[in-house]
Design a protein around this ligand. Structure first.
Ligand SMILES: *[C@@H]1O[C@H](CO)[C@@H](O)[C@H](O)[C@H]1NC(C)=O
Ligand SMILES: *[C@@H]1O[C@H](CO)[C@@H](O)[C@H](O)[C@H]1NC(C)=O
Ligand SMILES: *[C@@H]1O[C@H](CO)[C@@H](O)[C@H](O)[C@H]1NC(C)=O
Ligand SMILES: *[C@@H]1O[C@H](CO)[C@@H](O)[C@H](O)[C@H]1NC(C)=O
Ligand SMILES: *[C@@H]1O[C@H](CO)[C@@H](O)[C@H](O)[C@H]1NC(C)=O
Ligand SMILES: *[C@@H]1O[C@H](CO)[C@@H](O)[C@H](O)[C@H]1NC(C)=O
Ligand SMILES: *[C@@H]1O[C@H](CO)[C@@H](O)[C@H](O)[C@H]1NC(C)=O
Ligand SMILES: *[C@@H]1O[C@H](CO)[C@@H](O)[C@H](O)[C@H]1NC(C)=O
Ligand SMILES: *[C@@H]1O[C@H](CO)[C@@H](O)[C@H](O)[C@H]1NC(C)=O
Ligand SMILES: *[C@@H]1O[C@H](CO)[C@@H](O)[C@H](O)[C@H]1NC(C)=O
Ligand SMILES: *[C@@H]1O[C@H](CO)[C@@H](O)[C@H](O)[C@H]1NC(C)=O
Ligand SMILES: *[C@@H]1O[C@H](CO)[C@@H](O)[C@H](O)[C@H]1NC(C)=O
Length: 511
């Protein structure tokens, strides 16, 4: 089924004819009153990107840049991007290979085949979808734009008659930086939702006057990295960026803030992009917020659920085969019945937010607990102290990301994590935890049956296939665009997105 569906999607995407490999024809500058249509596409030798429609292309040797429409193979979603690419020696004529998007105009709003990009007579660069819907523009009407230039650095520039920069992609970074690019105060990089969903995810890396801050953009935000010293500028120079130093540029390089919260430097290694540095130096694998998903406990890179080693059975894995997708409460917390809420207390658990956001200090555990119980949105109360248990720190979380196992006292504190849990209702309170698990399995099973039996339209199947594919781990040999070094970047770290069973439970509930 999957194969035929892929063929179906392929047919939709490339209806015209067989694609030819993307050729290299250098066109680095465009004049006003030019329109490009997202068709026909040329093929890319990539497992993630299905096709490219070149708009501009610059570079005759070494790193080259192309801007144009880039379409995903799996779902036909297209993006207007600037990408860096390489050619292979000995391939004649050379074609575009090892392409990596470094800037994207319409991350959250993919367009389709036949979308248009227009450099209008009055100097605006406008992206519209196939049906004419406005998607994005540079808003440069009437600003004396005289043309569009893709520079040797990979900067897409709208310039005026006297060659001044009116608008440039370097001022609007998405998740990547190129040598020569600078972040100014207030700018941020935003990681993609997942390897395959290029929408903006929750992780941000912002530059403020005094340094870099990496955080989960939840409400309230949760910081997991902050520059230790004052950093006066964040320019990506040869061998340095902000407070980081790394191997100087020997071929082409870029920095990317990735789905898993790592900030990595990649360099062209002759046949593929190789990771040369993982920049957020003082962070350990377990200090990254999505490493084990929501509620997942990280111990030496291994993930488990709270209470997994006793028999409380209050949490279960979102996906039994992928522990890194996190955990979910078997009985969700209901604000309506806060009188029947209690806490599952687990000692020796640490949390990254302790470093930057204490809610109550000089306090004891009972006060911490009560503060969480009083606040409907609080899901986890964290308490730590050094020597005096009545003078500790308390953190209250309304979004629970990965938790750090501190049994080895990596962090020199006595700690307790207090998970707010819902007492089961009268009906199910007599059911043992084991039976409850079975019940969930039965609900999922029968829902699956019902959905397949009654309402599977072709679009439904397609959406289901693309969803499930999105959450499938990729083989290590995959040439997936988001992992240029050929190593999995921790798979899909976003766990608040629905996995297959949760998706179907949601369908059941909404009926
Ligand atoms: C843009 O305009 C200039 C001057 O009018 C002309 O020389 C050049 O060939 C044009 N470029 C393109 C790509 O049409
Ligand atoms: C695509 O890339 C692989 C390895 O990167 C190579 O073996 C294969 O020949 C390439 N395909 C084409 C059509 O060039
Ligand atoms: C794109 O437009 C062309 C010409 O109008 C049309 O023949 C083709 O079917 C369109 N393709 C898609 C996928 O809509
Ligand atoms: C252009 O203006 C629109 C409407 O004011 C705004 O939503 C959009 O973000 C602007 N685009 C850019 C690239 O600033
Ligand atoms: C385009 O950018 C290049 C630098 O990469 C510069 O040399 C060239 O003058 C620019 N062209 C225009 C028309 O601005
Ligand atoms: C991609 O992620 C965004 C943001 O989290 C979400 O709204 C969207 O539904 C996702 N798209 C797909 C195709 O899963
Ligand atoms: C970066 O520095 C190294 C040595 O420090 C030098 O070999 C290399 O050419 C420089 N690269 C660029 C792009 O300036
Ligand atoms: C909570 O109570 C409100 C009104 O009292 C009701 O509308 C809502 O459905 C209840 N929510 C749950 C989850 O029971
Ligand atoms: C139910 O909640 C109360 C606190 O409100 C707690 O004392 C009791 O132990 C809980 N019962 C169960 C079965 O967890
Ligand atoms: C503790 O709280 C006080 C008062 O809210 C505040 O001034 C102080 O900076 C806090 N100390 C720490 C270490 O967070
Ligand atoms: C409840 O907790 C959340 C998250 O910690 C916090 O933002 C909010 O202000 C709290 N609400 C009240 C009423 O204390
Ligand atoms: C522990 O902390 C509490 C609250 O700050 C304080 O009253 C008490 O004297 C401290 N005890 C010791 C032994 O320092």
């Amino acid at each position: 089924m999957v194969v035929s569906l892929n063929l179906h999607i392929l047919c939709l995407l490339f209806s015209s004819s067989l694609l030819i490999n993307a050729q290299i024809v250098e066109i680095p500058v465009a004049n006003l009153s030019t329109t490009w249509i997202n068709s026909p596409l040329e093929s890319l030798n990539s497992s993630n990107w299905g096709g490219l429609r070149t708009v501009l292309l610059r570079g005759s040797f070494g790193p080259r840049f192309v801007c144009g429409f880039l379409c995903q193979f799996r779902n036909g979603a297209c993006f207007f991007t600037v990408s860096i690419f390489q050619t292979r020696t000995g391939v004649n004529p050379p074609f575009i290979e090892s392409l990596e998007a470094v800037w994207t105009a319409n991350r959250n709003t993919p367009v389709k085949i036949n979308a248009t990009l227009q450099l209008s007579q009055d100097g605006d660069l406008i992206l519209r979808d196939a049906d004419g819907t406005y998607v994005w523009s540079t808003n440069t009407t009437g600003m004396s734009v005289s043309g569009l230039n893709l520079t040797e650095e990979g900067n897409l520039v709208l310039f005026s008659r006297n060659n001044a920069v009116v608008w440039q992609s370097f001022d609007h970074p998405t998740d990547s930086l190129l040598p020569g690019q600078r972040m100014v105060s207030g700018q941020k990089l935003r990681a993609t939702e997942s390897a395959l969903n290029l929408s903006e995810g929750l992780l941000s890396l912002a530059y403020k006057n005094d340094g870099l801050v990496a955080y989960v953009d939840s409400n309230p935000p949760q910081i997991y990295y902050q520059s230790l010293s004052i950093v006066n500028s964040a320019i990506y120079m040869n061998g340095s960026f902000a407070e980081f130093n790394f191997a100087p540029v020997s071929s082409s390089q870029f920095i990317r803030f990735e789905t898993d919260g790592h900030l990595r430097v990649y360099e062209w290694g002759g046949s593929s992009w190789k990771q040369v540095s993982d920049l957020l130096l003082y962070l350990d694998a377990c200090d990254y917020p999505f490493v084990c998903g929501n509620y997942g406990i990280c111990s030496n890179g291994q993930c488990s659920c709270p209470g997994a080693d006793d028999t409380t059975n209050l949490f279960r894995q979102v996906d039994g085969r992928q522990p890194n997708l996190g955990c979910t409460a078997i009985t969700p917390i209901s604000c309506n019945s806060s009188e029947s809420q209690s806490f599952l207390e687990i000692k020796d658990l640490y949390y990254f937010a302790y470093r930057f956001s204490i809610d109550l200090n000089n306090t004891d555990m009972e006060t911490c607990k009560q503060a969480c119980l009083k606040n409907c949105s609080c899901k986890l109360a964290l308490f730590r102290y050094n020597s005096n248990a009545s003078s500790g720190d308390c953190v209250l979380l309304s979004d629970v990301f990965s938790i750090i196992d501190n049994k080895r006292m990596y962090y020199n504190y006595n700690t307790s994590a207090l998970f707010k849990v819902q007492n089961t209702t009268k009906d199910s309170s007599t059911i043992s935890p084991k039976n409850r698990t079975n019940q969930v399995a039965i609900i999922v099973g029968s829902t699956l049956g019902a959905v397949f039996g009654v309402s599977l339209t072709l679009t439904g199947i397609c959406r289901w296939v693309s969803r499930t594919q999105t959450y499938k781990p990729q083989p290590e040999t995959s040439t997936d665009i988001r992992k240029p070094n050929g190593k999995p970047i921790g798979r899909d770290k976003r766990i608040s997105s629905p996995s297959l069973p949760l998706f179907f439970i949601t369908v059941l509930r909404s009926n």
